[in-house]
Write a protein that binds this ligand. Structure first.
Ligand code: B1M
Length: 239
């Protein structure tokens, strides 16, 4: 859809460039997205602003047209690929702004679901806030979560689902934790567009996280409470 193959991205002012990035994401132009991310960073934009104002906003527009049948899976895959390329540049920069590890989180998308952009964004933002994050990817059966928990001993278990058909699987994971008597060893956070607070409560999660920024706030808050309950000492399970 872009008529601007030879467009000099550097000639655009910041607002024009952010809008151009929405178009380029829409068109799945990975190289242009990478270049624009670098330009905005050079111009002094914070990594967080590049992420939210240029990339996430662009992906929101893609989502609307996917919903309305204007874009189809192949186009959305290209957009997702371009989005990921931009996120790859920002990831270490967001992590740099963080404090020393304030807790550990295992996060993954549930079985049957291959959406990972939002979950990866959450992982990046949590890293940026100083959490150690073990990202176990997509399409995770309960065994994968159990294995990661056993290996990494996290403070937080995060699950993502973007489909109404896969969100019930979160309950399968939580029920398995309960059956094993380890549910209360973790803060369980869930997120993904079709979820809401009532659902999170119904399946026995500790909180529903609307977006990546909210996830960080909730994680910090619940970690703080966990420390307070334990008398404010260092939590050895986070080691
Ligand atoms: Co899919 N898809 N998709 N898709 N896709 C949706 C989810 C959909 C809403 C589109 C639509 O119809 N409007 C719809 C679901 C409808 C429903 O279930 N009711 C849908 C469908 C139907 C499908 C397929 C079935 C399509 C098909 O094959 N016919 C298929 C399913 C594949 C599968 O998983 N088995 C499918 C496939 C795909 C692609 C592969 C093409 C691609 C995924 C690429 C990828 O992720 N690598 C894709 C995409 C990109 C989307 C949309 C357009 C965008 C999702 C996204 O990345 N959003 C999406 C439409 C939409 O959501 N508006 C759609 C941007 C991201 C930043 O936001 O993921 O919401 P989000 O994450 C947020 C929060 O939700 C929250 O924080 C994130 C950051 O702020 N959050 C968490 C998310 N996870 C969290 C975990 C946490 C905390 C917070 O843990 C603690």
């Amino acid at each position: 859809m872009s008529e601007t193959d030879d467009l000099d991205l550097r000639s655009l002012d910041d607002d024009e460039l952010a809008l151009q990035m929405h178009d380029d994401l829409y068109d799945g132009l990975k190289d242009e997205i990478e270049e624009s991310v670098n330009i905005l960073l050079e111009r002094g934009w914070t990594p967080y602003d590049v992420l939210t104002k240029a990339l996430v906003e662009g992906m929101r527009i893609v989502g609307i047209d996917f919903r309305d049948g204007i874009l189809f899976v192949p186009e959305v895959l290209l957009a997702a690929n371009a989005m990921k390329a931009g996120m790859k540049i920002l990831r270490p920069l967001l992590a740099e702004t963080g404090a020393p590890s304030v807790g550990k989180m295992v996060v993954g998308t549930v079985k049957g679901d291959i959406h990972d952009i939002g979950k990866n964004l959450v992982a990046m933002m949590m890293e940026g806030a100083g959490f150690e994050v073990i990202n176990i990817g997509i399409n995770n059966p309960v065994e994968n979560y159990l294995e990661a928990i056993e290996e990494h001993k996290p403070d937080i278990l995060g699950m993502s689902a973007l489909l109404t058909t896969t969100m019930p699987y979160m309950k399968v994971v939580i029920d398995t934790l309960k059956a094993k008597g380890i549910r209360d060893d973790f803060i369980v956070l869930v997120g993904g567009a079709p979820l809401n607070e009532a659902f999170a409560e119904a399946i026995g999660a500790d909180a529903y996280c609307r977006d990546a920024a909210v996830t960080v706030e909730i994680a910090q808050d619940l970690m703080q409470r966990k420390h307070n309950i334990r008398g404010g000492g260092t939590d050895s399970s986070a080691a």
